[in-house]
Write a protein of this length. Structure first.
Lengths: 115, 107
């Protein structure tokens, strides 16, 4: 069955870099796209970017050049990296499969940016 | 970027009520709108895609409609398990954008 699971740190220091891994199963990254979405505590959802099945990427310009998405198809993993973290980057980070819309989601990883 | 204006931000309903949530896009999104349900601490769950197509497992009391810039999502006969937050998502243009969310509570 289709599953996605995010793994990453609970806590990241101010101005440091966040790295999260999304490990997928039940589908191929060369067939389906994977997106990243985040949600600050008590707030709404924000689309961050996508890894397309062909290997290309797109990003929300709100993250300017801080965000990078990559993948390792042999390991069925998609990676999110975001640098220069600020306190307003405290959020739950989700990866989700794109099939038409975002149909399957990971459970998310809650990341707190600490000063 | 396309702005998705979702209303109302919160909604209070009694069991058995019909409730409706709307999303207005800042431009035509060609029916590429999805609706999600999110319960506290959980990931969003896709209920409806492409305006009105129910996902497998979505109860028939949920429905969606609309075109152009204006879309709506309804729950007829609200049940206790429907108490959650709901979000629209436009996926016509990058960057994809979500509505601000609607929190459905029991009256």
């Amino acid at each position: 069955q289709v599953q996605l699971k995010e793994t990453g740190p609970d806590l990241v220091q101010l101005t440091q870099t966040l790295s999260i891994t999304c490990t997928v199963s039940g589908f191929s990254l060369t067939t389906y796209n994977v997106h990243w979405v985040r949600q600050p505590p008590g707030k709404g959802l924000e689309w961050m970017g996508a890894m397309w099945n062909g290997g290309g990427t797109d990003y929300n310009s709100a993250f300017k050049s801080r965000l990078s998405i990559s993948r390792d198809t042999s390991k069925s993993q998609v990676f999110l990296k975001m640098n220069s973290l600020q306190t307003d980057d405290t959020a739950k980070y989700f990866c989700a499969r794109h099939d038409g819309s975002l149909d399957y989601w990971g459970q998310g990883v809650m990341v707190t940016v600490s000063s | 970027d396309i702005q998705m204006t979702q209303s109302p931000p919160s909604l209070s309903a009694s069991l058995g009520d019909k409730v409706t949530i709307t999303c207005q896009a800042s431009q035509n999104i060609n029916k590429y709108i999805a609706w999600y349900q999110q319960k506290p601490g959980k990931a969003p769950r896709l209920l409806i895609r492409y305006t009105s197509t129910l996902e497998s497992g979505t109860p028939s009391r949920f429905s969606g409609s609309g075109s152009g810039r204006d879309y709506s999502f309804s729950i007829s006969n609200v049940e206790s398990e429907d108490i959650a937050s709901y979000y629209c998502l436009q996926y016509d243009n990058l960057p994809w954008t979500f509505g601000g969310g609607t929190k459905l509570e029991l009256k």
